[in-house]
Design a binder for this molecule. Structure first.
Ligand SMILES: NC(=O)c1ccc[n+]([C@@H]2O[C@H](COP(=O)([O-])OP(=O)(O)OC[C@H]3O[C@@H](n4cnc5c(N)ncnc54)[C@H](OP(=O)(O)O)[C@@H]3O)[C@@H](O)[C@H]2O)c1
Length: 289
């Protein structure tokens, strides 16, 4: 796939950084955003080393105006690919004396704001921009204006009691992309949602439970890129966990809960909470090339 101009959020770490590095090479132009200025700088240096040009912008993806500015920069250039990777995770607090567990309202709102609204803050302006880009024609892949991909999660395919707002934010993101893709592909705008299990990135480094299907970041990146080349609407990995999740979701809710609440994965108090209000490196900092 001829990706020349690539926009990536969450590019300072984990999957966003790994995708940026994997896509870097001579003739590639990367626009990298994240709220972690130090991590962004390290990604930029890695991309340059591989021969790409990379421009970084330190921002919070929940800042809609800053995101629109970021997505609309260098408007004379066609965007080939957007990767919306910025995200946060967190679970319910430890069980209280009544054996109940909750997420704080701040965490729930932050999760929705970053994982759902933050992704939309990239997807919507880029989709608008792609609609005015010329159609590229290349053999079998004739209708093509650009590709948009966001990292959802297998967690979005189930109602997991340990991570309710994470599951909900990723479910909404996944549904939006998969459903919108049906008609947007007719305009040559191809949408993909990534539903992967655990990937060994800083996001999960402090999880205190065995992580089913844990993949290293290089394998996950290669899998995502293969899915993008095939324009898969939903890129899943590993498939056995996705199938298992699908099965769990058709069970009666109480039965699924009975199983989930007895698993060590994501039990109350086993994941660090989301930092609220969130990004430390604020406000939006000037772009760096
Ligand atoms: N790792 C997994 O097991 C896994 C599985 C399924 C899906 N995912 C999804 O994959 C995506 C990438 O996650 P990852 O594992 O690569 O995590 P990561 O290593 O923590 O990378 C996420 C990046 O997003 C940044 N970020 C968070 N909130 C932001 C905001 N409001 N504005 C701008 N940047 C923000 C983070 O900055 P800070 O570090 O400063 O917060 C970090 O640099 C996420 O959407 C995640 O939900 C991950």
């Amino acid at each position: 796939m001829n990706y020349q101009t690539i926009f990536i959020t969450g590019a300072a770490s984990g999957l966003g950084r790994a995708l940026a590095l994997a896509l870097s090479g001579p003739g590639r132009h990367l626009y990298l955003a994240d709220c972690n200025a130090t991590g962004l700088e390290a990604t930029r240096a890695g991309c340059h080393e591989k021969g790409a040009t990379a421009r970084t912008t330190c921002l919070d993806v929940t800042d809609q105006e800053a995101m629109t500015r970021w997505c609309t920069q260098d408007a004379d250039r066609a965007i080939d690919l957007l990767l919306a990777c910025a995200g946060v995770t967190g679970g319910v607090d430890a069980l209280d004396k009544e054996q109940a567990a909750f997420e704080s309202p701040e965490q729930i709102r932050r999760m929705m704001a970053v994982n759902l609204d933050g992704a939309l803050n990239a997807i919507l302006p880029v989709m608008e921009r792609m609609r005015s880009q010329p159609l590229q024609k290349s053999g079998r892949l004739s209708r093509h204006r650009g590709q948009i991909c966001a990292i959802a999660s297998v967690a979005g395919l189930v109602s997991y009691p340990g991570t309710p707002s994470y599951s909900a934010s990723k479910a909404a993101l996944d549904r939006f992309l998969v459903a919108s893709g049906a008609y947007s592909r007719r305009a040559g705008i191809h949408l993909s949602s990534v539903c992967c299990s655990f990937v060994a990135t800083p996001m999960v480094a402090q999880n205190r439970f065995p992580m089913p299907g844990l993949m290293n970041v290089e394998d996950a990146t290669a899998h995502i890129l293969r899915g993008l080349v095939r324009r898969k609407r939903r890129i899943i990995c590993p498939s056995w966990l996705v199938l298992g999740s699908r099965f769990m979701d058709v069970l009666p809710i109480r039965l699924a809960e009975f199983y989930y609440t007895r698993q060590p994965t994501g039990r109350p108090g086993s994941m660090p909470g989301v930092d609220t209000p969130g990004c430390k490196d604020q406000p939006e900092q000037a772009s760096r090339t």
